[in-house]
Design a protein around this ligand. Structure first.
Ligand code: NDP
Length: 287
């Protein structure tokens, strides 16, 4: 079997176009443009690329970009004061802090300071708790983007054996919760998992987000499984590569995501989706 490709680039473009159309419809009715604030502290080169891409995506979708780039010397108190200001600003619907932050900044305190109803990364413990109790509000962008892609396969997730490899707050844990909420039977693997090949081998659906190139071998994959590769690894030749041994895995899987052009483009599109939700739909119950 050769897998069908889950084309994240095309699915993300479709989503971004529908968001753009909805923004113009709302603006024509006199509503505000969604405003997104991306806060970057310091000059991490990879972060600079991500922030530039987010700004570009904002512009194309007709959002108001209110991003702030702060010098690496900015203090914790100054970042918190900026978040307080953005929390109080009615033109700002979404606030995210680009990670990693310099060592003297405590990211947990920063994330908790963002108002949960503007937390469009879905990292605030309030939003994680809502997802865990099946009352989701704002969901982390990468796993939620994966859910949008999975819907495109038309395959019901209910009852599938799903194996998530990687257990970070950004990828693995919210992915586990999203799949559980759809009533997949979920196993989550991490650095202490003993029998990774065996776990992956019984998965109808495997989602990998570890950050080690080609770590999941193609011959581990069960025939007909759906394979979602979240990993983005920059190789010595400058090319990007995923965490799954793609060439072998694609001969066994029913569906597979490529890297690049798979999960990556979905993350920014879902960030826009979350911000639009805050602007036009979310009925915030918190002060
Ligand atoms: P983290 O480093 O935060 O987490 C990595 C996870 O992998 C941890 O849970 C770790 O386990 C687990 N792990 C490490 N080694 C092994 C192993 N040998 N076997 C099984 N699990 C292992 O990374 P992120 O979650 O932030 O990112 C993961 C990957 O996804 C990276 O390549 C990143 O670039 C990519 N990414 C892609 C995004 C996209 O938009 N497509 C967005 C975010 C990330 P433990 O918890 O025990 O330490």
């Amino acid at each position: 079997m050769t897998a069908k490709i889950l084309d994240g680039k095309a699915i993300a473009e479709e989503l971004r176009n529908s968001i753009k159309d909805e923004v113009e419809r709302q603006v024509a009715q006199g509503n505000k443009r969604p405003g997104l604030a991306v806060i970057m502290v310091g000059e991490d080169p990879a972060s600079q690329v991500y922030v530039r891409n987010k700004k570009l995506a904002c512009e194309k979708a007709g959002f108001k970009d209110v991003s702030e780039v702060l010098p690496a010397s900015t203090s914790q108190e100054e970042v918190l004061a900026l978040i307080d200001k953005l929390n109080a600003d009615d033109d700002v619907h979404g606030i995210i802090v680009q990670l990693p932050v310099p060592d003297h900044i405590n990211p947990e305190e920063i994330i908790e300071r963002i108002h949960p109803c503007k937390d469009v990364d879905g990292f605030h413990p309030y939003n994680v708790g809502r997802l865990a109790t099946r009352m989701p509000q704002l969901m982390p962008c990468t796993p939620h983007g994966v859910m949008t892609m999975l819907a495109k396969t038309g395959i019901p997730l209910r009852g599938l054996n799903a194996v998530v490899v990687g257990a970070s707050n950004i990828v693995g844990v919210p992915m586990m919760l999203e799949l559980l909420n759809e009533r997949a039977t979920v196993t989550i693997c991490h650095s202490a998992t003993k029998d990774l090949a065996e776990q992956v081998g019984r998965a109808d659906l495997v989602v990998v987000g570890v950050g080690i190139p080609n770590m999941v071998k193609g011959d581990w994959i069960k025939d007909g499984a759906i394979v979602i590769d979240v990993g983005i690894n920059r190789m010595d030749d400058g090319k990007l590569c995923g965490d799954v041994e793609y060439d072998v895995a694609k001969e066994k899987a029913s569906w597979i995501t490529p890297v690049p052009g798979g999960v990556g483009p979905m993350t920014i599109a879902t960030l826009l989706e979350n911000t639009m939700k805050v602007a036009y739909q979310l009925d915030c119950k918190l002060k």
